[in-house]
Design a protein around this ligand. Structure first.
Ligand code: TPP
Ligand code: MG
Length: 327
């Protein structure tokens, strides 16, 4: 499947937007202008953009926690200003400023960003089953990192999804690390997607730095799920340019990642790679590319203005307890 020029423009624009949002989130958390923490997505924004740029509004999405799912959500058409307001504790946020990172966007079929790695596997099976039973041509985009595939529930989900022919895309954003642990020390095979073979599920490995390559694979998996042919495992080999989360030292085991390694991975910056391709294929001129960046910067500024000028959330005690279940 090859992408149309229009699809390439959409992907490039979303990639640039995601990059601008990520830079803003990173600098805001350093300035103490975000509630809680931030997991920088620099270097790893292409998979989320590719996975979600061609989803339908009623497709179900569980975004990856890296970059707090911003690349995924904006690509699905969600206005990120409501998420930024959430992350700054404002009444206008998507959950009324109550959740910061652990948000939902039910109107956009994004249910939960849990603090529990791999929380989404059983939930995705449930959504996939519901879509199938109702005979809806709806898919479930289940995004997560390499680390989450150490969870037992990941295996249960793969088994059930394959056995029940559920419309799920297991979209693994493998950056080779889980906090300080290397994927090669945590998993017995080089490709996480080889797990899928054990369950008879088709699996594809793709260069996660190339937004266009990932999108081709994602689109095929989405079409397959929508046509009732079942789940696909997509593994994107991506890179983590920064620390796991802001404030946690960037270690591999007990040692800092070396300057040589960092220099090497920075050569594969996804916006730079996509820019080269856009120019080489004549899909956009440099002037058009510049205006994509300008528009993205203006969008991010507007989101910040919206969040900063919104009312601080001040829930009453009763309101806070109303949503709490205690047996
Ligand atoms: C069940 C569970 N165990 C451990 C953690 C702590 N934790 C938070 S993020 C993370 C690493 C996740 O790695 P990966 O899934 O590869 O995503 P990445 O952060 O590398 O993008 C861990 C272990 C957690 N949140 N939940
Ligand atoms: Mg990882």
């Amino acid at each position: 499947m090859s992408l149309s020029r229009e699809q390439m423009r959409t992907l490039f624009t979303n990639l640039v937007r995601a990059n601008h949002y990520d830079a803003m989130m990173y600098s805001r958390v350093l300035r103490g202008e975000l509630i809680a923490f931030y997991h920088p997505a620099e270097g790893a924004i292409a998979p989320g953009v590719a996975a979600c740029s061609f989803l339908n509004a009623d497709d179900n999405l569980s975004p990856h926690h890296r970059g707090h799912g911003i690349a995924h959500m904006l690509s699905k058409g969600i206005d990120i200003k409501y998420y930024l307001a959430e992350h700054t504790g404002k009444e206008s946020g998507c959950c009324g400023g109550r959740s910061a990172f652990h948000f939902s966007f039910p109107d956009h079929k994004v249910y939960m960003m849990s603090g529990y790695i791999g929380y989404n596997f059983p939930v995705s099976v449930g959504w996939g089953w519901a879509a199938k039973r109702r005979n809806q041509r709806q898919v479930v985009m289940n995004c997560s990192g390499d680390g989450s595939y150490g969870q037992g529930r990941a295996h249960e989900a793969l088994l059930m999804a394959q056995n029940m022919t559920l419309p799920i895309i297991f979209f693994c954003e493998n950056n080779g690390m889980a906090i300080h642990s290397r994927a090669e020390d945590m998993h017995p095979t080089q490709d996480i997607s080889s797990l899928a073979q054990g369950y008879g599920m088709p699996a594809v490995v793709v260069d996660g730095q190339d937004v266009f390559a990932v999108a081709e694979v994602a689109l095929a998996a989405i079409d397959r799920a929508r046509d009732g042919k079942g789940a696909t495992f997509v593994e994107c080999k991506t890179l983590r340019f920064k620390e796991h989360d802001v404030g946690t030292p960037d270690l591999s085991g007990w040692a800092r990642r070396s300057d040589e390694e960092m220099a090497e991975i920075h050569k594969r910056e996804p916006v730079t790679l996509a820019t080269e391709r856009m120019l080489a294929d004549g899909v956009m001129t440099q002037a058009e590319i510049d205006s994509v960046h300008e528009a993205a910067a203006a969008e991010v500024e507007e989101a910040e203005r919206f969040a900063d000028s919104s009312e601080i959330a001040r829930p009453s005690r009763d309101e806070l307890l109303a949503g709490v279940f205690a047996p």
